[in-house]
Ligand binder design. Structure first.
Ligand code: HEC
Length: 183
């Protein structure tokens, strides 16, 4: 059991190193999201098509997490209260391939390999072109079991592509799609 715990903590340590020394091409440092693994859950979601999960063509499962400032905004009634998300609030959307737990007595779909983590950070002064939101994505490399900035985002303004879709569907909720799931 002790050996098992050691292996688990070694794997977790290996997985958590390095990513926080990286930067997205638009200048956002991933260290700005340090600790996101233990942020509180806002909601989960699942996509079954071939287009809403990074490079996965078979869909994925997602957990959307918020830092304490974001969770506080929901507590105060966001988005229903009509107030914008406060400066300093951040969210992480972790995506996994879908897997099955064969030992379960009924059919369940569980998180498999990680695929990517997408981030949003509110700072109206800094991200003027995108209504105050900064966007950045880490891709999981299955071969090396490590994260790196998502490829294809070398354009410093790639946040505009992210923001265009968040504007298309979530403009009235300060560009945030996810509602807080009650529990
Ligand atoms: C084609 C539309 C589209 C594009 C492009 C897009 N998103 Fe999203 N995003 C969504 C939808 C829909 C959700 C709702 C949650 C889900 O995907 O399950 C979402 C949710 C999120 C969330 C959780 C907070 C929320 O608004 O619900 C983050 C963080 C996020 N996206 C980051 C990004 C980043 C970073 C990019 C650019 C690299 C990006 N998004 C590009 C559609 C998009």
């Amino acid at each position: 059991m002790a050996a098992c715990a050691l292996v688990v903590s070694a794997v977790m340590a290996a997985q958590s190193q390095d990513r926080f020394t990286l930067k997205a091409s638009n200048g956002i440092a991933f260290s700005e999201f340090k600790g996101y693994e233990s942020w509180q859950l806002i909601a989960t979601s699942q996509h079954d098509g071939d287009d809403g999960c990074g490079t996965s063509k078979t869909g994925c499962m997602k957990a959307i997490l918020g830092n304490p400032a974001m969770i506080q905004a929901y507590r105060e009634g966001f988005p229903g209260n009509g107030k914008p998300v406060p400066d300093g609030a951040a969210m992480a959307k972790i995506e996994w391939l879908k897997d099955a737990n064969e030992s379960a007595p009924y059919q369940i779909t569980v998180p498999g390999e990680e695929t990517e983590v997408a981030f949003m950070l509110k700072n109206p002064k800094r991200f003027k072109d995108t209504d105050g939101w900064g966007y950045a994505t880490l891709s999981f490399d299955a071969a090396t079991k490590s994260y790196k900035p998502k490829a294809g985002q070398s354009d410093p303004s790639f946040g505009k592509t992210c923001h265009a879709c968040h504007t298309a569907g979530a403009k009235t909720t300060d560009f945030v799609y996810t509602a807080f799931a009650r529990r």
